[in-house]
Ligand binder design. Sequence first.
Ligand code: UFG
Length: 329
Amino acid sequence: MTTILVTGGAGYIGSHACKVLAAAGYTPVTYDNLDTGWRDSVKFGPFEQGDLLDRDRLDQVFAAYRPAAVMHFAALSQVGESMTEPGKYWRNNVCGSLSLFEAAIHAGCLDVVFSSTCATYGEQDGVVLDEDSAQQPLNSYAASKRAIEDMLDNFGASHGLRSVIFRYFNVAGADPEGEIGEFHQPETHLVPLMLDAIDGKRDALTIFGTDYDTPDGTCIRDYVHVMDLVDAHVLGVKWLEDGRGSRVFNLGTGTGFSVREVVDKSGSVTNREVPILEGARRPGDATALVSGSQRAMTELGWRPTRSTLETMIADAWRWHQNTSGHYSA
Ligand code: UFG
């Protein structure tokens, strides 16, 4: 069986990627330092604890498993923290990726699927963002992802590294079978915070800003179901296996929903009251971020099937109820 090294495989998206890789006949080997990941979410293949900055450990793991490709999810991803502690983001994300790519090249593993973000586009309100839109990262998290994209480009030209870069919009939902789900500590994302508010684990969800220039005054985002997102990653591995070369793809559905729409849908899906407070805008939030996602559909053949608000919230709620919304280790 073909082995894929999954960095950050103990995280939210990485663990879902391991599940679909295993289902597609690959062996996903998780490499994770467990700083923000959860050992309990590694269920679909071997686990190797290690840090991206530990080059000896990476060399060992590459030699032991001889992966055909790397899926690189491991990263720090809190926008706010990245502004107060940019060094952490440049060290972990950028230097960590440098160490990983050098180890991969050293091992002769030249195919990389990389998790990037629509945050690299910055604030371009009202524009549907496609892969050729200008990248203007506004925070250190996004700048670190942009730098890694550049690194992949340079390493492609000089060392023959081939990469599929996915720029994610807002990822939500959970494994419909309820085996794994979304849990960050601290949690900053809309859907898990809302589910916590719905079942009383927090007093209320604060809506960050109700005076945006949108129909209901709240921010608009393009939400994509985590299972659809990771399906695209399997297509990305196959794209590289087929020798189709380096390519960038947005992953979103092209449809935006406001925070209020997400709140209302959560109330109807869970059949519970959503306690909300109306708060101030969160610094750094763009009014609307919506993906132009034609390229992934036409070139990769990606077909998102679960990315309706209803399904994303229902799947996230199922996991939340199964587990109280958290892992214990
Ligand atoms: N929101 C609230 N209240 C909350 C949390 C979020 O109103 O308690 C709102 C935000 O203002 C935003 C929307 O819900 O309008 C979604 O917020 P998230 O924090 O869930 O997601 P972001 O859009 O901020 O972040 C996502 C990814 C980041 C990425 C960013 C790019 O999670 O990794 O998109 O903009 F950097």
